[in-house]
Write a protein that binds this ligand. Structure first.
Ligand SMILES: NC(=O)c1ccc[n+]([C@@H]2O[C@H](COP(=O)([O-])OP(=O)(O)OC[C@H]3O[C@@H](n4cnc5c(N)ncnc54)[C@H](OP(=O)(O)O)[C@@H]3O)[C@@H](O)[C@H]2O)c1
Length: 252
């Protein structure tokens, strides 16, 4: 199996790489921190897998395209691409500075497009493959103080839904993963209460099972999948505002 993962230097991406690592599996690992990439690659090799590293920023379209070309050449094709790299930030509207939000939207939205699309011609030629994006339950509805993050994940959900309808006739499956809270560097910096927080290991087991089953959309944990989306969509505006974590409001 030939798997390319962005954001493989920490959290979900790193754990997915370690869980997929096995003899006969070739992994392409992408991220900006070179030392962390090499650590992740060493872990893959210890488990008997083959690892190639691609130090890159997913905002850089050409770097992503070059990494895809290099990985396909090295691995002789591609079976699975996981666009996982992403970042969080609170809105901080009062600063008047659009820079942080511009960066977040570029990384979380264009980063997914930059990562997945260069692999499409190869998958069309193969008439097989799976493209996965890690979105979030935050994409179900805009929440104040986190609007840019929520909007970025809604955009990913919609891109994946549309691409999926177009690419299925070529034998390409698209899967959108919507995690709730998972232990990672992103959640390490959250200073608010995170209900149903899952370990990285458990979350990645769930993600891998959903990918194996070729689900179109997979939301977890089940509490957020069963009740979260319908309730969040129907909830009145005042309630969304009340439950949305305000920066600085510490976890109980
Ligand atoms: N943890 C959660 O509760 C949770 C919930 C829902 C969705 N998610 C989503 O899950 C995905 C993985 O996040 P995580 O929770 O595992 O957090 P994390 O530990 O912070 O991992 C983020 C990964 O993305 C990479 N990355 C960030 N900006 C990048 C850029 N500009 N170019 C290339 N790589 C970049 C980071 O690598 P470098 O810094 O080395 O580049 C890192 O490997 C994200 O898309 C996140 O939004 C997480």
């Amino acid at each position: 199996m030939r798997i390319f993962i962005s954001g493989a230097t920490s959290g979900i991406g790193r754990e997915l790489a370690q869980q997929y690592a096995a003899p006969g599996v070739t992994l392409g690992l992408a991220g900006r921190r070179v030392d962390r990439l090499e650590e992740a690659a060493a872990g893959v090799r210890e488990r008997g897998g083959t690892a190639h590293t691609y130090p890159l920023d997913v905002s850089d379209r050409e770097a992503c395209a070059q990494a895809a070309r290099d990985f396909v050449a090295a691995a002789g094709g591609v079976d699975l691409v996981i666009a996982n790299a992403g970042m969080g930030c609170t809105d901080r509207l009062e600063t008047g500075d659009a820079g942080p939000q511009a960066k977040l939207l570029t990384v979380n939205v264009l980063g997914v497009v930059h990562t997945l699309l260069p692999f499409v011609p190869t998958m069309i030629a193969q008439q097989s493959g799976q493209l996965v994006a890690v979105a979030s339950v935050a994409g179900f509805r805009a929440m104040p103080w986190h609007t840019a993050y929520c909007a970025s994940k809604t955009a990913v959900q919609e891109l994946m839904a549309g691409y999926g309808m177009q690419l299925e006739e070529h034998g390409i499956r698209l899967t959108t993963i919507n995690p709730g809270f998972v232990v990672s560097e992103i959640t390490d910096s959250n200073d608010f209460y995170m209900p149903f927080l899952l370990t990285t290991e458990k979350a990645c087991q769930k993600i891998r099972r959903a990918i194996r089953r070729k689900k179109r959309v997979y939301t977890f944990p089940w509490q957020m999948a069963w009740f979260g989306r319908p309730l969040v969509r129907l909830a009145p505006r005042w309630l969304i505002k009340k439950v949305s974590p305000r920066p600085g409001k510490r976890a109980p």
